[in-house]
Unconditional design. Sequence first.
Length: 196
Amino acid sequence: MRLKEFRPALVMFISLTLITGVVYPLLVTLIAQTFFPVQANGSLITVDNQIIGSSLIGQMTDNPRYFWSRPSAVSYMEGASLDSLASSGATNYGSTNEVLAENVVMREQAFRAANNVPDDVTVPVEMLFASGSGLDPHISPEAARLQIDRVAEARGLERETVANLVEQYVEVPQLGFLGQPRVNVLLLNLALDGIQ
């Protein structure tokens, strides 16, 4: 290859590297930090100047005083700091896998027992199956409503107080049609702590 042919290719390579590898990322970062600083930094939640979590990452608890998140295949958070989060992932069990079937039965029995859910009431599917990412922060409003009595009793609160709080934290679908109504469990639990 002659220098005459090599030079334009080298100039193009350097130019595109600078544009796509330096200018574009810096521009996107500047715009994100200017207009969406909370989201750009991970939607972190702080209490008393200490980061306690992210509204984008679920936290596991079996404390009856709190609403419970959906199960996780990677045992998310469990008291860990954000720096030590397990990687995202699912079990990839097929619908005929015996382990999956056993897990679903055990989760349903445990959820029914903990929340006094009668047999004629359907347990929401997200409380039976681990999320695809393993880090899902949301549950359905129905799953939250089924936990109201347990949480109210454990905290010594009126059922109506807890029920009203759940309804305040129901998020509607984005733009009115994207997704389903949902409840962010961490935000709900923080609000619950705030009323006591």
